[in-house]
Design a protein around this ligand. Sequence first.
Ligand SMILES: [Cu+2]
Length: 316
Amino acid sequence: MDAPKSHRDVASHELGTHGFHGAMPCWARRMAGTVTLASLLLLGGCGGGEKEPPKPAPAPTPKVETAAPIAKTETPVAAKPKAEASKPAPALGDASVKGKVMFQGSAPKMAPINMGADKVCKQQHEDPVMEETVVVNANGTLKNVLIYISDGLPDTEFAPPADPVTINQEGCQYHPHVFGIMAKQTLRILNSDPTLHNIHSLPNADKGNKGFNFGQPNKGDERKESFEFDEIVKFKCDVHGWMNAYAGVFSHPYFAVTGEDGSFEIKGLPAGKYTVSAWHELYGNPDAKTPTEELTQEVELGAKDAKEIDFTFGAK
Ligand SMILES: [Cu+2]
């Protein structure tokens, strides 16, 4: 198969494999929230960008030249309307968008993962661990959906938070299974199992991110990595074929992942007209021809608006 070219391709490319983890603790979702919050805090205060000289200004600085390409790319950016150059940085706003990701139709049954190949894995679970590709919550919502602003943000460079995002290999599953992280933010890769894991990232060749692929043989092993450019990166373990995870890498802090109640909230937006995208590793737009397609919705936010939008994914 050709090299995947987009977020969507990551998933469609890998449809034959599975995200096989049991119930993910809800801290994963909280973590995504924390990331966003941390980002916002950081944006409100300190600098911390790596390649730009840290700016003492308390808010992100508008850039005329374009930063790393993000999902909004395809639209050629004609003259930026903003950029009255004298104007101070467009402070992060108070607008927000929240909602739920519903699941429609009958969800496929997730099979139990056979961890028999590694007794260290197996011994850690009294109950069967179920695949995590499609997790429909008790309230009919869909877990592990990545929601993010894909268009409409001001052309601003956002500094990544100083705090890392952790992906933990524990119980021979990745925690979290789906998460967001900012470009250049530290990804802390931790092995909490007394067995060998080999984490292997699979960035798309055309996005520019460097992949990594290394083993962590011991409990407590950790290593720091990061991604430079926006995309959704898949991870797999070369030792345990059932282990996989996805990270949405964004050059802004406006993203969230649905957890056990299927809700999301993206806060701190300036007034504007945005495209909000919803990505799930298996399900996409029911109207789309391709098996996996992001859903998008447009939302226009006034400075203090808190709007609600829902997405619906479903079995075909
Ligand atoms: Cu493993």
